[in-house]
Write a protein that binds this ligand. Structure first.
Ligand code: NAD
Length: 262
């Protein structure tokens, strides 16, 4: 399948590890030139070096906290200066802490809103004008299965992620005329550092082993296993590609059949 991605310039936010890193690798394998950002400069450089060793594509990196509007705008401006364009933008940030409602603080809500909603707004504001100029763009948000099915003790994610879905649909409607497609990818349980951290918290809370926690997550899905980060990344690559040219405003679940609805 020719994805048509060779030479495209792609931003992948929060890509030093996890699904962000897998997405960067997968886009590089299709020949995209990459602009990566995350907060941890060392981890980001290691990711960039590993990708360059594998795919020999240009990789630009910058330490950016995606909750800072100015830092995001400056990063995007530097990417445009270096590469001359932006074709693809994948937004991402760490997930909010696992808590029940009464355990959440106002600070948790503010932080969750900044990381998981406002960061998407900041990237959209910065990249869309550049995509409009070239009349081609793919803006892809990374959220969670919680956009379809709330998860116990993830009330911050359950509530905040759906504002991204509303934004995605609005941007898709407003900028489709400019050749910009806007979609959301919603993973289920995926074997990343974050999931391992979550497993150790759940295991301690429930007096179980981490393996047992993973087994329970796996049994929630029709496929009876959690996802690998590359499986989520492949869905993002497809949405970014020419092969998904009539798909916009959608949430694509990559959850192995965990969502129970029709
Ligand atoms: P992860 O914690 O392994 O990686 C998160 C990345 O985000 C890291 O590179 C980290 O440095 C970066 N980051 C965090 N906050 C940042 C900030 N403010 N500015 C810049 N970079 C920042 O997470 P993951 O498992 O790869 O998950 C990615 C997204 O997918 C998260 O929003 C997560 O909630 C969501 N998700 C994950 C799963 C799963 O099972 N792993 C399931 C559903 C949804």
């Amino acid at each position: 399948m020719d994805t048509g991605l060779k030479g495209r310039v792609a931003i992948v936010a929060a890509s030093s590890r996890g699904i962000g890193r897998a997405t960067a690798r997968a886009l590089a394998a299709e020949g995209c030139r990459l602009a990566l950002c995350a907060r941890n400069g060392e981890a980001l450089k290691a990711t960039a070096a590993a990708i360059q060793a594998e795919s020999a594509v240009e990789v630009f990196t910058e330490v950016v906290d995606v909750t800072e509007a100015r830092a995001v705008a400056e990063f995007v401006a530097t990417v445009v200066e270096s590469f001359g364009r932006i074709d693809i933008c994948v937004t991402n940030a760490g997930g909010p802490p696992a808590k029940g409602f009464l355990a959440t603080t106002h600070e948790d809500w503010n932080r969750g809103f900044e990381a998981n909603f406002l960061s998407v707004v900041y990237f959209a504001q910065a990249v869309i004008p550049h995509m409009q100029k070239r009349r081609w763009g793919r803006f892809i948000t990374l959220t969670s299965i919680t956009t379809k099915q709330p998860i116990v003790d993830l009330v911050l994610s359950n509530a905040i992620r759906n504002s991204v879905v509303g934004l995605v649909k609005s941007l898709a409607n407003e900028f489709g005329k400019d050749g910009i497609l806007v979609n959301n990818v919603a993973p289920g349980y995926t074997r990343t550092e974050r999931l391992k951290e979550l497993a150790s918290i759940r295991a301690a809370q429930q007096g179980k082993g981490e393996a047992e926690v993973f087994a329970a997550w796996a049994s929630d899905s029709a496929l009876k296993r959690v996802a690998e980060p590359s499986e989520v990344a492949d869905a993002i690559v497809w949405l970014a590609s020419e092969r998904a040219s009539y798909i916009t405003g959608q949430t694509v679940l990559v959850d192995g059949g965990s969502y129970q609805g029709l």
